[in-house]
Design a protein around this ligand. Structure first.
Ligand code: FMN
Ligand code: MN
Length: 507
């Protein structure tokens, strides 16, 4: 797979264009195939802390809550969790520090914008695909629970927030399902709560690929086979929690990133493909109509917005795990948190790509802001070329695959603005938009029960739609040449100042 060259954006009337392309034009190399190899790489960076004896009832959730809000906090591995299988561990805060770039296969010195741009030009844009390869055996079968032996409660699944309705074994996980009509395999990350030794519940918002599949099984009254992978490698987890196009298996994208197929094994009961080197896999069936109360769970918006509701029950028929299994935990907190860090990098790349693929020219950058968990606030920069261009980019951002679900505000700016810098974006909005004329409202858009701003009455009636504001914060096209000049130095002036006076700012 070769990286695509990134064209340098043109200089603008404002003086400079933000160019995330220059250093991101690098082919990524993943230094790991599974979670253990990833952990070794993170250890080499000196960013792993091992802690023993914390409880799953309270301690792990509390420490995870502190760690995930801090980009410089280490990756924690919690071992010897009382009451759990000997040797089992929980790993949290994988996406922080220098290990962020390592996880995506890039040099550690790239900025978040460069990292995002690197993922876009190398794999999230071209989406090279390599089909997974079936192998005969793998470490996932080092330990097997079947029939009466099945007990999901022995793993160190924490109660992550104090008001959660149970222990969530699935956060840094993904569900593998097969479309009953079309046959393709989807991998999607959805929260998974332990009900008891042999059952679990999972929640999927309407419209997600996994939910569309689930709805199809339910409509025909057929059981849905499911395999839940807890502790896959971080790249597969990232693709399973991202907007990979409908009909494309996330396994194929990971194969494309690696330049070699993901090795999978047929799960013994359901026959679904599971990674041969995963840490823990749970498989079973969802029988139509079999539902149980799931939740509440503290979600990515920072709220318990969806309360509790009957959700499908997974009857667990088999559990497989490696010796000393590692549970990957990715617990949502009030944004910005760890989830926002990786979602911003991945979703911003997909956002720019989605808008461009819809035929909008001149998009120079896009950023799905951390404070809105890379969903509620999107910023897009355009090099305006014709009347209505900025509006077109904004509406596309609001409604494309990656932007449509539970969005809220889209801000379109000129390309002299660094879209990843919240203050610059807001400054542009405050100075270049006019509330009476620059804001479009879109109604009845795709949202979710997790949206905290849907009225209880509408939620109760199953209406999970919301509205969007698309804010055109570009210099108005028809008088852009008369728009007041900005007072920032040109790149040339900045370079000269740095050369002459940079020493004043060093130790
Ligand atoms: C840590 C984490 C937890 C998530 N939990 C859920 C969830 O419980 N339900 C859900 O619908 N989406 C959840 N998501 C978002 C989905 O994984 C995401 O929308 C993904 O693109 C869905 O894939 P699909 O369209 O292939 O089903 C979660 C994402 C992350 C990063
Ligand atoms: Mn999918």
């Amino acid at each position: 797979m070769s990286a695509q060259p990134v064209p340098a954006p043109a200089a603008t009337a404002a003086g400079h264009a933000c160019d995330p392309g220059a250093r991101s034009n690098i082919e990524p190399r993943l230094a790991y195939d599974d979670l253990r190899q990833w952990l070794e790489q993170a250890r080499k960076l000196g960013e792993v802390k091992e802690v023993s004896g914390l409880t799953w009832e309270q301690d792990i959730g509390v420490v995870a809550g502190l760690a995930t809000h801090d980009d410089s906090a280490p990756c924690f591995v919690f071992g010897e969790v009382p009451g759990t299988i000997k040797g089992s561990r929980v790993l949290v805060n994988f996406f922080g520090g220098k290990r962020k770039n390592m996880t995506l296969g890039f040099p550690t010195e790239l900025s978040k914008l460069e990292l995002s741009e690197g993922t876009r030009t190398s794999f999230l844009g071209p989406m090279p695909r390599i089909a997974p390869k079936y192998v005969g055996d793998g470490p996932i079968f080092e330990n097997v629970m079947r029939g009466d032996d099945v007990d999901i409660t022995v793993f160190p699944a924490p109660k992550w927030h104090s008001a959660d309705g149970g222990r969530y074994i699935g956060t840094g996980s993904f569900n593998v399902t097969r479309d009953p009509d079309e046959g393709w395999i989807n991998c999607g990350t959805y929260r998974v709560m332990i009900h008891d030794a042999k059952t679990a519940g999972f929640y999927i918002s309407p419209g997600k690929h996994g939910r569309q599949m689930r709805d199809k099984y339910q409509a025909r009254g057929a059981p849905m086979p499911v395999a839940v992978v807890c502790g896959g490698d971080p790249m597969t987890f990232l693709m399973a929690s991202s907007e990979v196009p409908y009909g494309v298996s996330e396994y194929e994208i990971v194969g494309g990133v690696r330049g070699k197929p993901v090795e999978v094994i047929k799960a013994p009961v359901t026959g679904l493909p599971i990674p041969a080197n995963a840490e823990i896999v749970i498989e079973g069936f969802v029988e139509p109509g079999n539902e149980r109360i799931e939740g509440p769970f503290g979600e990515w918006t920072g709220y318990y917005a969806s309360d509790v509701r009957p959700e499908p029950v997974l009857d667990i028929k088999g559990i497989y795990y490696r010796n000393n299994p590692i549970l990957l935990g990715c617990v949502p907190q009030r944004p910005p948190d760890e989830i926002c860090r990786y979602r911003a990098v991945v979703r911003s790349a997909l956002l720019r790509e989605n808008i461009e693929k819809a035929g909008v020219p001149g998009v120079t950058a896009a950023w799905a802001h951390e404070v809105g968990n890379a969903r509620l606030l999107l910023a897009v920069a355009v090099n305006q070329r014709y009347p209505g261009h900025a509006k077109q980019a904004g509406h596309m951002a609001a409604m494309c695959h990656v932007g449509a679900y539970c969005g809220r505000y889209v801000i379109v700016v000129d390309d002299d603005i660094d879209v990843s810098n919240l203050e610059e974006v807001v400054w542009a909005m405050l100075t270049r938009s006019d509330p009476a004329t620059s804001i479009d409202i879109i109604r009845n858009a795709w949202s979710t029960p997790l949206d905290p701003r849907i009225e209880p009455e509408r939620k109760a009636a199953g209406d999970y739609t919301n509205s969007r504001a698309v804010i055109d914060a570009c210099r108005p096209w028809h008088w852009r040449d008369k728009f007041p000049k900005v007072n920032v130095p040109t790149p040339e002036e900045r370079r000269m100042a740095q050369e002459k006076f940079g020493h004043l700012f060093s130790d």
